[in-house]
Design a protein around this ligand. Sequence first.
Ligand SMILES: [Zn+2]
Length: 440
Amino acid sequence: MSTGIQELTVETLSHELTGWDYDHDNDPNAPPNIEAELEKLQPDHGHNDYSQLVAIPISEEEIEAASKIDYVKWKQERAEKPHKDGSFEYAEHSYLGDSLTLAWDDGQSYVAKNKPFKLQNGLEVTYGQINGLAGDFYGTVNPISDVKDLHEQQQRFLRAWYWLAQDTTRNPAEAQKIINTLSTEVEMVQAALDKHQDPSTVYPKIPDVNVQLQLYTIARPAECPSYLELAKINWDHFGADARTAYNACHSYALQVAADGDLQLAYAMNAFGDHFLQDSFAAGHMRTPRRKLHGSVGAADLCAKFMHDEDNAIGLSVKSPIGRSWHTYGDKRLLDKEDISNKNEAWNAVRASADEIYSAWTTKKVPACPNYAAWEYAPILTEVSSIVAPLFRPDGQRRKDIKKRCQAKYTNNYWYWSTAAEIKLSGLWDYPIKPTSDCKI
Ligand SMILES: [Zn+2]
């Protein structure tokens, strides 16, 4: 397990015991074969994060539109207008980052999707593909946000980057296989979009690729955990920790740009943008992921249930530039009702890449953490919802897990029993909806 945990235990014991300070490893109610039993409680729909898709700019007119703050909305409206012959525009879709227009070191601008980077180990991947592989598939046993010093955080980022971009014992073959497997999902989402269906309707039908992805990554050396092991220590993707992780990657990439290597800087920045994009998923905003972690996995499963609930029902958010919207989660980024969130996420990713380009041209880097991307991201202290959070930052749990809008809390709970009750309730089966106590 990660080394960051010890320090945190000392910190939490300095105040009164809360639900998450209990000795959950010795939960008297948990079954003896807890790991196998936990397997049965896992939600059965798909994997965590993926499908940050968006239509890509194609025409001159579109490239101009892509520099405006409401580009994604503009694109959506245009895609919905039938042509004179009655057919709909064929919208090409890819990862969010692939819709960027990147100013290149040859003086030209390219749509990211059409300009893959060739990494040191020979792996050829686009900006958007790096967004998808970062963190979820390439990381180390040492989460970036576990250390406080920026230089140390950057060193941790560089080790994660090594496994994606420099290691030749597993790559480029492994990453290529992962991308191919994930493309099934992209194709099914694309097919839904072409039929004007919300992509979230296809998620329950997508074959479970987790088994396949785990097979590709299970034999990795100890420093670089498998796909499922990475998910157990993924607090770099949540809340304030995601900001720390992005800032570490982005600050390093800015320096690489200022030192003259624009392409490497973009590629490294694409890694960091994963954490930026996760910051737009409702389930990543208020889930106390770092706290909801333990050696057997019951706490982590509770974090997943909270993540899924917030993702599905959504949160109301506002950004420092003064925009307000309702955001849903990972699997809804392309749904029509989530267009505002996609628009703001796109603005943030564009600001992130633009900052890299200006560091390359001016040889100056902005001070950490005053980065342009955060101007578009939800302010974490100002998220709100009709749903009472399943877990609060003070360690208390929603008293009645079956009453989503009842803001009554308790310290009297065990993770194992919570997870079992959640699964049994059926209220976390897809699609997850507000319960009858919610006034909507
Ligand atoms: Zn993530």
